[in-house]
Design a protein around this ligand. Structure first.
Ligand code: FBP
Length: 695
């Protein structure tokens, strides 16, 4: 029965309803009221910058040529100062106008960068003004900005998302966009522009710093991305920036959700939960999730690169040939490794589990990586030589395939054309349509392949399903039956377990979990085995208890697929990220107040306790190197991948077998607990960082 509007009105105006349905929860109000602690240097009246030559970088020739005004920058250490000389004090207190922009995907903590910068600016001079560019770098190009007020800052303190000014993935990469950005800065009378972004956005910050140098407009970058792949070390391996902000929160949010799945999986014991976790290329998030939640199997992309298929190699050696396909991971082989884990767990009666797959895993699979690089070049070539953009010219998959077919034909007629040959075409045509479509999707504005658009888990699990069926047919994929359960079930039915056991199982009576003989793969083969052992007359019926046991040995592989990405990316920040970002904001002001440009604000010693945190400025230009983008080499900031030799990785590998729990033991799942700001915990920073500090 539907309520009358009057009755609803009455209910809605009830004080309890009003209180519980308010947009702002109590938790949110408490969050906003939290004031992150500040690094010791920021408790002093002023700060100064101390340039140091302690950290050195090998400089790329191209970077030297393209970024002459900022290539000589050094690392700046932010130091406390109780007084400044009059000139420096005048500079510190000078009224300033600063613009800030978010660039790329959201990362928890962004609002606190603004809050830290705003508070430091107001403290130095209440007349300072901060402007937020709307919807990412397009806001700079088009001069779409709002003035950031105290009221606005207070509304977003410690809150996740980039909702205050939004974000976008545009890139200021053409002469026209640079000139428009210059015009915007002049119109707003900006002294400095702050770009909060990932590797590509900090690359953009370096180029803008170079461009705006003569205008006296400073450009400062801030390391943001949940992917955790902005990590800076100098040539000697000294860590200058252990991780970008947002990583900790996203990893904790993913780990919390995955810990819930571990609980569910081991309660209902019927599903494999396959969790793809974000991280466009690097597997840092997957590794941190593994350390936080101990899922049964976690794939780390970087770990697949040096893979050698020993079996294949052995075979080719025996045939006195070389099998190059034995080097590097293939999709098929990765699916075999996953199957092996599933089969091993099944043997001890576990028909459930949790598998974590990093979003960027395909980047580390040889065959896929080759396709991505070839297609990047094909699309870039097309865009360069035609009047229309590739994706507009070929909107449908069939159009794109037809174009690729023409290229393959060309390779047959012109042997010098090798980019796309018949073999590429054949291999590509073997892929499922949705995967082909994914590989051909539009690259982002920075020329990156958009892994989040591909259902990696679907591709892999499709292969896993197929191979498990083959293993089932071969009698190699079975569910182990607890020995006592078998004995009890048969005894209850008046049958002698010791008589049936040897006929049914290959490890009777030794194993805690009994595995049916590999020949038993169906009711028919079960009958045949029983007849062969003289336990069943031809044509007789299989005892119900034996049939019941047999049915329990047949695994039914069912999966639930999940994607952890946008949820964690939008989560309210952990105490670590709140504190990290607020101090980054304060660092930005110190850099600006002392005239720095082309620097990235950072905090050293994040891997240690808070008392050791040290705000610094890292020169961006010396970090740049050449990388393939949109089919050509471009200067970019290098992405930090998971170091497979790092302590965190070595510890993870050492624990993988126990977390797989392919034994009669309990699972080793870990509950990382909820994200809260209340107090410091023993996990007040990413576990990866804590472990890597043990080098
Ligand atoms: P940033 O590098 O811009 O921080 O974004 C990273 C990320 O969250 C990746 O993990 C993911 O692959 C991608 O963004 C998703 O991008 P989109 O928001 O365009 O779907």
């Amino acid at each position: 029965m539907t309520e009358t509007p009057a009755a609803s009105e009455h209910l809605l105006s009830h004080p309890t309803v009003r209180a519980v349905l308010e947009d702002e929860s109590r938790e949110l109000r408490e969050r906003r009221a939290f004031r992150p602690p500040v690094c010791r240097v920021f408790s002093s009246a002023y700060t100064v910058l101390e340039p140091t030559d302690r950290f050195r970088f090998t400089i790329d020739r191209e970077a030297r040529a393209k970024l002459p005004n900022i290539i000589g920058n050094r690392v700046q250490i932010v130091r406390a100062a109780e007084r400044l000389d009059p000139e420096a004090e005048a500079r510190w207190r000078a009224p300033r106008r600063v613009g800030i922009v978010f660039s790329g995907g959201p990362a928890p903590g962004g609002h606190n960068v603004i809050a830290g910068l705003f508070d430091a600016m107001r403290r130095a001079n209440p007349a300072n003004r901060l402007f937020g560019f709307l919807v990412g770098p397009d806001g700079v190009v088009e001069n779409e900005a709002v003035e950031i007020t105290a009221e606005l800052v207070d509304r977003y303190r410690n809150l996740g998302g980039f909702t205050m000014i939004k974000t976008g993935r545009a890139k200021i990469d053409t002469r026209q966009k640079v000139e428009l950005s210059r015009k915007t800065c002049r119109e707003l009378g900006l002294n400095a522009l702050v770009i909060v972004g990932g590797d590509d956005s900090n690359t953009n910050a370096a180029f803008l710093a170079q461009e705006l140098y003569a205008d006296g407009i400073q450009v400062i970058g801030v390391p943001k991305t949940i992917d955790g792949d902005i990590q800076v070390r100098d040539d000697a391996g000294n860590v200058l920036c252990a991780v970008s902000f947002g990583f900790h929160t996203a990893a904790r949010a993913f780990a919390g959700a995955i810990a819930g799945l571990c609980n569910d999986a081991s309660s209902d014991i019927k599903y494999y939960h396959v969790c793809k976790v974000m991280g466009r290329v690097a597997s840092h998030l997957a590794l941190e999730v593994a350390l936080q939640a101990h899922p049964n199997l976690t794939i780390i992309g970087e770990d697949l690169v040096d893979f050698v298929d020993e079996e294949r190699l052995e075979k080719s050696r025996a045939e006195h040939s070389t099998d190059y396909t034995a080097y590097g991971m293939t999709l098929r082989h990765l699916s075999r490794l996953i199957c092996e884990a599933i089969v091993r767990r099944a043997a001890v009666g576990k028909n459930y589990g949790v598998i974590v797959i990093p979003e960027g895993v395909l980047e580390f699979i040889n065959e896929v990586e080759v396709f991505i690089m070839k297609l990047n070049t094909i699309i870039a070539d097309y865009n360069r030589t035609h009047d229309r953009e590739f994706h507009l010219a070929f909107p449908l998959l069939e159009d794109k395939l037809e174009y690729l077919h023409r290229l393959a034909q060309r390779s047959r007629e012109d042997p010098s054309y090798r980019l796309w040959n018949t073999r590429d075409e054949d291999l590509f045509n073997d892929l499922p349509e949705f995967f082909q479509e994914g590989l051909l999707t539009e690259r982002d504005s920075h020329g990156n392949f958009q892994f989040s658009q591909i259902q990696t888990e679907k591709v892999l699990m499709g292969l896993v399903h197929d191979y498990l069926n083959i293993l089932k047919e071969k009698g190699r994929y079975k569910l182990g039956i607890p020995r006592e359960y078998f004995r009890k079930t048969l005894a209850k039915a008046g049958l002698d377990p010791d008589q049936y056991g040897p006929a049914l199982f290959e490890n009777y009576p030794a194993g805690d979990y009994l595995l049916t003989r590999s020949a038993i793969i169906s009711a028919k083969t079960l009958r045949a085995e029983l007849e062969k052992s003289g336990l069943l007359d031809p044509g007789g019926s299989i005892p119900a208890a034996v049939e019941k046991i047999y049915k329990k040995t047949v695994p039914n592989f069912k999966t639930q697929e999940h994607f952890y990405g946008y949820d964690g990316r939008g989560h309210d920040p952990t105490r670590f990220d709140c504190t990290y970002t607020y101090n980054l904001g304060l660092t930005v002001f110190s850099l600006i107040a002392h005239g720095a440009t082309g620097q990235m604000a950072a905090i050293r010693n994040l891997e240690h306790e808070f008392a050791r945190w040290e705000p610094i400025g890292i020169p961006i230009a010396p970090l740049m190197h050449l990388e393939e983008r949109k089919g050509r080499l471009e200067l970019v900031l290098e992405k930090a991948l998971v170091d497979v030799e790092s302590p965190a990785m070595r510890i993870f590998k050492a624990r993988q077998a126990s977390w797989l729990a392919a034994d009669s033991e309990e699972e080793h799942y870990r509950r990382p607990g909820p994200i809260h700001l209340g107090s410091e915990t023993d996990e007040d920073r990413p576990l990866t960082l804590m472990l890597n500090a043990l080098r």
